[in-house]
Design a protein around this ligand. Structure first.
Ligand code: URA
Length: 205
């Protein structure tokens, strides 16, 4: 199973405050930024680099720089809460958007928007904070594959075992980076213990 769960005390600290139902949207956004930043480092640990000759104030040397820019694809709307740290620390990031909406009775995702930059030859990081049933994540990865993405990573904040199973069955070669692996889904397909509806908490809706 290509699942990597964040293992860092700061991650645990941030997740606990994110889960807390008394956390208000402003702090929730800051905490989402922090956990997504930690996850971005894990999801890019093996990015390709290439040589670059520079001169330090002391002497010439050959350093290494990132070989290719990243593409981040948030699944709308909750995925937007994870984009900013990627834009802040990685050079020349492009952002694509996939809009998928979960029907609250059937829990099946429906696509309503798609706008993607060229994906061929660039790592495509699909982000969605809650990997619940795995249906939206698998569908979004179908979409980026159809648009030419070959090197794909999925990043979420909270994963349910059911979502990990569905996604790894649909796309076994795609690594999943999660902040935490929770216990299970409830009857309404929410993650337990989870943190509730991420989009609602992010935007105060
Ligand atoms: N989406 C959410 O925002 N929360 C869940 O628990 C599951 C899906």
């Amino acid at each position: 199973m290509p699942l990597h769960v964040l293992n860092h005390p700061l991650g645990t600290h941030v997740l606990t405050h994110l889960r807390d139902k008394t956390t208000k949207p402003a702090l929730f956004r800051t905490l989402s930024y922090q956990i997504a930043l930690l996850l971005s480092l894990e999801a890019t640990r093996d990015l390709a680099t290439e040589e670059k000759k520079i001169e330090t104030p002391m002497e010439p040397m050959t350093g290494r720089v990132l070989a290719r820019p990243l593409v981040i694809v948030p699944i709308l709307r909750a995925g937007l809460g994870m984009v900013q740290p990627f834009q802040d620390i990685y050079p020349d990031v492009s952002i694509g958007y996939v809009g998928l909406e979960r029907d609250h009775t059937t829990a099946i995702a429906r696509s309503y928007y798609c706008k993607l930059p060229p994906l061929d030859g660039r790592r495509t990081i699909v982000v969605d904070p809650m990997l619940a049933t795995g249906g939206s994540a698998a569908q979004a990865i179908d979409v980026v594959k159809a648009a030419g993405a070959r090197e794909i990573v999925f990043v979420c904040i909270v994963a349910a075992p059911e979502g990990v199973a569905t996604l790894s069955q649909a796309h076994p070669e795609v690594p999943i980076h999660a902040g935490v692996l929770d216990r299970q889904l409830n009857a309404k397909k929410y993650i337990m213990p989870g943190l509730g509806d991420f989009g609602d908490r992010l935007y105060g809706t």
